[in-house]
Design a protein around this ligand. Structure first.
Ligand code: CS2
Ligand code: MN
Length: 362
């Protein structure tokens, strides 16, 4: 396991590489070329420059989150061929730069969906929150306007203003895309990219849909163990794996997170570990990482990762906004640093307990 933090690049992030470097036990970043549109080619020079920037701070790139998938690929329009060719060339360029992990998602129109970006908790911290009643009451086209006021002037992943200006057209593109068609388009994409992934040993790690059910009538296919296993069977290659995001799978309380981790053994290439606090089945907020602050048993989640031999990067996922910080919602420095430290502490304890009583090497 390697502890990492997500980094959006100096143009977009309020957190610096120098700050990340000072979080104990964090050795790598998960980053991206945030300027790139889905479907565009990433050149080797651009990737190299990003790598140099990260390495100059004493950290390294542990993986990319995300190389985004265009709507043409998700919907399966004729333009997808060009976008897939660009994706393959991008993977090749990443491979040449010795980068071997790519996180992506296959969610139509929106990335994650929350209904509040700054819900105030009793301790005065603010967090992202979701209420099904609020989703049911809002016109999706208005969603972005409503949320952007609380974004602290930042550009949030999957909610880029250029895309959101066309939300209506995006919805029209997906009008006759049901779960089966979306799934078929995912398989089509994966089959095309597997050869380059094999050549450069690039592990693809699909991020779950968040929340893990259909919102605004759009299909969602990466939501639980059965759907994931189906996807892995359809393209049975170790390079076709998953990002285990506890906060996203955990939106559905039917998902038994430690049990899912055990079932996906060997195919989890990347982990996002965070906690949620449920106020009711239909209303949850993103609490601190600590087990007692939320609903999940974080120790059991980390133990399942440990016991299945997970050796990829972990990052704390969304954090609370605390201590007066102004940053991209979910992506401030302070609470994610606390999260990383807590998760490192759990891991150390699990590791030491596993070795207690084992013979000490001379
Ligand atoms: C992330 C996702 O902020 C988040 O919730 O976990 O936006 C994630 O980066 C993408 O879905 C992966 O493509
Ligand atoms: Mn996540």
């Amino acid at each position: 396991m390697e502890m990492t933090l997500r980094y959006y690049g100096k143009k977009y992030d309020t957190v610096t590489l120098e700050q990340i470097r000072q979080i104990p036990g964090v050795t790598g970043v998960i980053t991206t070329l945030y300027d790139k549109q889905a479907g565009e080619l990433w050149t080797q020079e651009e990737i190299h420059a990003l790598k140099e920037e990260v390495e100059a701070s004493g950290l390294h790139i542990s993986g990319i989150e995300s190389v985004n998938i265009s709507d043409a690929i998700k919907v399966g329009t004729p333009e997808r061929e060009e976008h897939i060719a660009n994706y393959i060339a991008t993977l090749e360029n990443l491979g040449k730069e010795d980068i071997h992990l790519v996180c992506y998602n296959f969610m139509p129109v929106f990335d994650w969906t929350r209904t509040e970006l700054a819900r105030v908790r009793p301790d005065g911290s603010t967090v992202l929150a979701y209420s099904q009643a609020a989703v049911d009451a809002i016109d999706p086209a208005k969603m972005f306007e409503k949320l952007s006021a609380d974004a602290n002037g930042t550009v949030m992943p999957g909610w880029e203003p250029e895309r959101m200006a066309h939300v209506k057209e995006l919805f029209e593109m997906y009008a006759d895309i049901d779960e089966e068609k979306l799934f078929a388009n995912l398989v089509y994409f994966l089959e095309k990219i597997m050869p380059v992934c094999n050549r450069y040993d690039i592990k693809m790690a699909i991020h779950p849909d968040d929340p893990a059910w259909s919102v605004f009538g759009l299909p969602r296919i990466i939501i639980d163990k059965e759907h994931i296993l189906r996807m892995m069977r359809a393209v049975d290659d170790v390079h076709n794996g998953v990002t285990f995001c506890s906060g996203s799978y955990g939106t559905n309380l039917e998902n038994d997170l430690p049990e899912m981790i055990r079932a996906l053994k060997g195919r989890i290439h990347f982990a996002h570990v965070r906690n949620l606090k449920f106020n009711s089945r239909d209303d949850f907020e993103e609490s601190a990482h600590l087990s007692s602050d939320g609903t999940f048993d974080m120790y059991e989640i980390m133990r399942a990762l440990y016991e299945t031999g997970f050796d990829g990067p972990i990052r704390p996922d969304h954090g609370r906004m605390i201590w007066g910080e102004k940053a991209m919602p979910g992506y401030g420095l302070y609470d994610r640093a606390l999260g990383a430290t807590y998760l490192n502490g759990l891991w150390e304890a699990i590791d030491k307990a596993a070795h207690r009583g084992a013979p000490v090497m001379p």
